[in-house]
Design a protein around this ligand. Structure first.
Ligand SMILES: Cc1cc2nc3c(=O)[nH]c(=O)nc-3n(C[C@H](O)[C@H](O)[C@H](O)COP(=O)(O)OP(=O)(O)OC[C@H]3O[C@@H](n4cnc5c(N)ncnc54)[C@H](O)[C@@H]3O)c2cc1C
Length: 157
């Protein structure tokens, strides 16, 4: 069944109505984003199926959260060595809950930014578990696809 829309428009799919796409990409990470931008930019109808992480691993569980926590560790290290820099203090404690809260706040902010940007980037996103590549109607979205691209590997928090 064809969608009523004539051009790719990025939005979150929450309909149970079957739709037709030129390309369905499993996984909504960095690889998916680049592939979806490229094909949507060529006028293809592109759907992205993401089961968990808007933006994929990098902003949720990998690159950016790890750098955020490393930054806290660097601040603690500077504090510990403060006398080297001519700064004295009466000791300090590290609250890991505060370290985690800072990281989570950043991840939430990034998720919100990704969701806000969706209307601009030419993708349609379905949140759910994707099908086994090559199977017909193997996933949670009742679509039919001839070309399935897997963008990334499975990951868990
Ligand atoms: C700790 C850590 C730090 C890193 N730091 C850096 C760094 O500093 N710089 C750098 O360049 N790279 C870094 N990386 C690597 C980087 O995170 C990955 O290369 C990048 O995220 C891969 O992008 P991707 O799109 O291929 O996959 P991912 O971002 O992993 O996207 C895959 C997506 O597919 C979804 N998915 C999987 N199976 C299904 C399914 N069946 N149905 C629906 N959705 C599905 C997953 O939920 C996920 O969101 C780091 C990785 C780790 C683990």
């Amino acid at each position: 069944m064809k969608s009523t829309e004539t051009s790719p428009s990025a939005q979150v799919l929450n309909t149970s109505q079957p739709e037709e796409f030129d390309l369905v990409i499993l996984g909504g990470g960095t690889g998916s984003t680049i592939a979806a931008w490229t094909f949507a930019g060529e006028g293809k109808r592109v759907a992205v199926v993401e089961r968990k992480y808007i933006g994929g691993s990098c902003p949720n569980i990998a690159c950016l959260p790890s750098k955020n926590i490393i930054h806290s560790a660097k601040v603690a290290s500077y504090f510990r060595r403060s006398e080297e820099f001519g700064i004295t203090h009466d000791g300090f404690t590290i609250e890991m809950s505060g370290v985690g809260d800072r990281k989570r706040k950043m991840v939430v902010g990034l998720n919100e930014m990704y969701m806000e940007n969706l209307p601009e980037d030419g993708r349609r996103v379905h949140f759910g578990n994707g099908p086994v590549p090559g199977s017909e109607n193997g996933g949670s979205h009742p679509g039919r696809w001839d070309h399935t691209s897997t963008a990334g590997r499975e990951c868990d928090r």
